[in-house]
Design a protein around this ligand. Structure first.
Ligand code: DHB
Ligand code: MG
Length: 222
């Protein structure tokens, strides 16, 4: 497939399956206007996360990496009224944009944005969570997965964004520290007896990438 063909299909699938959401569109517009990088998940991936919240009947969701709040809003929309989403963001300016977007979307009763480096915030976060979405600095993925193993309930879902990175994840010549972090994260998902995992490649408006999806398991009952 060429970028033109997969973008056309991404657009077709998005228009066919993802109902327009004014608050999500406004969140992207404001995020871009504020100069944040346009690296939020695609609309189809946001819908995928939203469906995972529903499929797992999640009431408590943890997100690592808020950016402008796009994926947080999408997931929070699928929570029951008493559900809660905690999202951690290292950049105070990003968190401000996210809080405005979350408020406009009307999910601020369910979403808490915590500002700080996730590696420093996570030790103060209490579980259990039904779903953990890891989408921050890739160098720290193993740290985040260690916290996810602690914080996710047995049977809970853990999703890691950006595990393919235009194929560089499997390019031995790549010395990029982010790619190395992605690899260490995937290796941890494979080796750590508290996880059972797979990964799916994605081709969408953001290019060639992928998601890892894991279930938190009880090592005693494997
Ligand atoms: C990029 C994309 C992401 O989804 C992310 O979390 C970080 C970086 C990127 O395209 O550079
Ligand atoms: Mg990402």
């Amino acid at each position: 497939p060429t970028p033109e063909s997969w973008r056309r299909i991404d657009s077709y699938l998005t228009h066919t399956l993802v109902e327009p959401d004014d608050a999500l569109a406004a969140a992207v517009a404001d995020q871009n206007a504020a100069g944040l990088p346009p690296i939020e998940v695609s609309p189809l991936s946001a819908k995928f996360l939203q469906l995972l919240v529903r499929i797992s009947s999640a009431q408590r969701v943890l997100e690592i990496g808020t950016l402008g709040g796009y994926s947080a809003i999408a997931m929070a929309r699928a929570l029951p009224p008493e559900g809660r989403l905690v999202s951690i963001e290292a950049e105070p300016d990003n968190a401000e944009v996210a809080r405005r977007n979350i408020e406009r979307a009307g999910v601020d009763d369910r979403v808490e944005v915590r500002v700080g480096r996730a590696a420093e915030v996570l030790p103060h976060v209490d579980g259990p969570f039904d779903l953990v979405f890891i989408d921050a600095d890739k160098e720290s993925n193993t740290i985040y997965l260690e916290h996810a193993a602690r914080l996710a309930r047995v049977g809970g879902v853990v999703v890691v964004d950006n595990v393919v990175r235009s194929g560089r994840v499997a390019d031995p010549a790549t010395e990029d520290e982010q790619i190395a972090g992605v690899r260490r994260g995937l290796e941890k998902l494979a080796r750590d007896p508290r996880f059972d995992a797979t990964a799916l490649q994605t081709l969408d408006a953001k290019g060639w990438d992928g998601l890892a999806i894991a279930i938190r398991v009880d090592p005693e009952s494997r």
